[in-house]
Design a protein around this ligand. Structure first.
Ligand SMILES: [Mg+2]
Length: 141
């Protein structure tokens, strides 16, 4: 699994990296524009799109909602069919239904996780989306 972790706070990136490092290659970015460039490069240069993006919403310069919209646009621009889209899971400390609704309806996110993120809730989501085995709890300590 190829993962892109996007959060402007280093500690948050490290936390997700710790949770996911055993499941695949994890790239990280603290900036929305940089994350977009990495996402595009994975599609166009590497020919190996990310399987999963964990995307923080509250970030300076470009917030996660805008990054999400642009990532989906990049996929369409590169002829990626809906079923081939990257799983993009939004991550937010803000418990606002308007943010959640926007991410799903406007942005087309795959799922949404509220901070603080626990290993259990994250793994359940990844399992639901077929990114890891449903036996994750028995396989990795
Ligand atoms: Mg943030």
């Amino acid at each position: 699994m190829k993962v892109l972790i996007v959060d402007d706070i280093l500690e948050n990136r490290k936390l997700l990296w710790e949770l996911l490092k055993n499941y695949g290659l994890c790239d990280m970015s603290g900036d929305g524009q940089e994350a977009l460039d990495m996402f595009e490069g994975a599609i166009t240069l590497d020919q190996e799109p990310y399987d999963l993006v964990l995307l923080d919403i509250a970030m300076p310069r470009m917030d996660g909602q805008e990054v999400l919209v642009r990532m989906r646009q990049l996929e369409r621009d590169n002829g990626i069919a809906p079923e081939g889209q990257t799983a993009i899971i939004m991550v937010s400390a803000v418990d606002a239904s308007s943010e959640v609704e926007k991410a799903f309806k406007v942005g087309g996110c795959t799922d949404f996780l509220h901070k603080p993120i626990s290993r259990g809730r994250l793994m359940v989501k990844l399992s639901e989306h077929g990114l890891i085995s449903s036996n994750w709890w028995a396989e990795k300590g």
